[in-house]
Design a protein around this ligand. Sequence first.
Ligand code: SF4
Ligand code: SF4
Length: 384
Amino acid sequence: MVAMSAPDLKERVVRYARELGFDLVRIASAEPLTRDGEAARERVHRGYMDGMAWYTEERVRRASDPQELLPGARSFIAVALSYLPPEDDGDETSGEPEGTVARYARWPDYHGVMKERLRALEQQLSKYVGRAVRTRVFVDDSALLERAVAERAGIGWFGKNTNILTPTHGSWVFLGYVLTDLALEPDEPLKKSCGECTLCIPACPTGAIVAPYVLDARRCISYLTIENRGPVPRDLRPLVGDMVFGCDICQEVCPVNIDVPAAVETELGRTGFSSLELIPLLSISQEEFSVRFRSSPIKRAKRVGLQRNACVALGNIGDRRAVPALGRALGESEEPLVRGHAAWALGRLGGSEATVLLEGALGREEDAEVREEIEAALGARERV
Ligand code: SF4
Ligand code: SF4
């Protein structure tokens, strides 16, 4: 095999990755991610990652050192794939109370599609250079400060909402990476920034963007409705609105995200989950949940988490048609988390029927935390 020059090799890698369907492909060196590692450690110290037990200082140390992730690593191939649904993506509304689903979750689970393509890219690298190239793939599911790599490669820049903003597709992108021991010519970071804009900071309903570029995950609706396995803090529930899985608000207000093209993907397909009818979720069985959300990122919230979220959204939407179903969830759910949030929603909806249901449940409930939720809900009724 004739040795390929460094620029030729990079050009072929980038061309092949584009052929695989990625919208953006750039290269970064595998130097330590020192600055971002320090910022991530500071977030851990401040408690902003509390609730994600796996996000420890030790993890951050590994995540900022590519040599730990792949000994001998020289380069990252960073890619982005647009997921902005077309304008007409919305389902027909049913007239029943519905919760909003974050845009990325309107597609089937992206990890599989991204990984399949990145693995094809991995294999191609070895063919280009005629030796077994060492590689490791990252798609938002292992230790790596991924956004820091995207910034270094010039895929985009850090927005004050902590998303990576790409100049062509805004922040509506899935990001992925191949770390390799191949030396590829790095691209430059972009010379762009948010400038004076701060629109996303006051737009965040829960005040989760506590300073430019700093997110308190404990307050972020994306975390609260997806990763969080416990209760949604009571003071934040009214601020969650109708969002049943994830949150796009700080992306929707971002001027960089206006007038960017919709995804041209055909392979991703669509799940149709731009919103979810909430009342049926309260009684969905584990089997139904597993089948319905089998190939959707929504399964990450798990059935109990989605039911908790449905209670919060129903409490906020304020449609009293939800009262009987919330009453059944309060009386019959085997999950204290669901019973507690159903009580909260009934307290929020109010009315005599809700009060009767809450009082009846208080007479039977044995779980201390659920009892406390019911008492708080009844207290809320007394103050109305
Ligand atoms: Fe705030 Fe929603 Fe953005 Fe989280 S995703 S920072 S809750 S606007
Ligand atoms: Fe940056 Fe403004 Fe977008 Fe926030 S809304 S990420 S400040 S450009």
